[in-house]
Design a protein around this ligand. Structure first.
Ligand SMILES: O=c1ccn([C@@H]2O[C@H](COP(=O)(O)O)[C@@H](O)[C@H]2O)c(=O)[nH]1
Length: 234
């Protein structure tokens, strides 16, 4: 009997400045091992065609462009992303309730109404000190919880946050509310510019839905070995 395939929980952030290197890596992967994330760098360099190439290879693609603009503009951008065929797209929750509602409505009215829409809360590169430069008297966790509540009110599918907030979030949001967490670092990995970090196994234990991992995999001497280790650990 064929083994049922489990949905992959790792989203590999393809932050390459060279398309050939990115595709050489992708060609070693199988869509059952991970999903893929295309962010601002690769989208700006290689555009929608690159995203379509990845979708054509059978991968679920998270288009991480973090839209943040007036509702009309964000809604049109989300519609365009959905019609590109991506699995997931995101906006900044700090754009506000009407902006998120407009984005959701635009996806529902698009040719791909099943496209997932999530909202960025507090970037995982921000610690208390950095957040204090933006907003007074609030911890990263308090701000994440507040923006998560706003995102849920808007009816979105979930949020981008750090795994550090997952435990508190699961007290007020069901498992259907997606927690997509960058800042994932295997034990001993370099944190780089990430401040709120956690290991893959710990993050899954606290109820994260998807782990976003870039450099620990793509810049490893053996990226496939790291991805296999992470998948085995969760
Ligand atoms: O809060 C956020 C939102 C998005 N990201 C993105 O995730 C990856 C993380 O890459 P690493 O190399 O594993 O640090 C990257 O594409 C970011 O743009 C984030 O890190 N934090």
């Amino acid at each position: 009997m064929q083994k049922p395939t489990k949905e992959p929980r790792v989203i590999v952030a393809l932050d390459y400045d060279d398309k050939d290197s990115a595709l050489a890596f992708v060609d070693k992967l199988d869509p059952s091992q991970c999903k893929l994330k295309v962010g601002k760098e690769m989208f700006t360099l290689f555009g929608p065609e690159f995203v379509k190439t990845l979708i054509g290879k059978g991968f679920d693609v998270f288009l991480d462009l973090k839209f943040h603009d007036i509702p009309n503009t964000v809604a049109k951008a989300c519609k365009a992303a959905a019609e590109l065929g991506v699995w997931m797209v995101n906006v900044h929750a700090s754009g506000g309730l009407p902006m998120m509602q407009a984005a959701k409505q635009a996806i529902e009215n698009s040719a791909n109404p099943g496209t997932k829409l999530i909202a960025v809360t507090v970037l995982t590169s921000m610690d208390q000190e950095q957040l204090s430069g933006v907003i007074d008297n609030v911890t990263p966790e308090e701000q994440v919880l507040r923006l998560a509540a706003l995102t849920a009110t808007a009816g979105l599918d979930g949020i981008v946050c750090s795994a550090k907030e997952a435990k508190a979030l699961r007290n007020s949001h069901s498992n259907d509310f997606l927690l997509v967490t960058p800042g994932i670092r295997p034990v001993g990995a370099d944190a780089g510019d990430q401040k709120r970090v956690m290991t893959p196994a710990e993050a899954m234990k606290y109820g994260v839905s998807y782990l976003v991992m870039g450099r620990p995999i793509t810049q490893a001497a053996d990226p496939m070995a790291v991805l296999t280790q992470v998948n085995d650990s969760i």
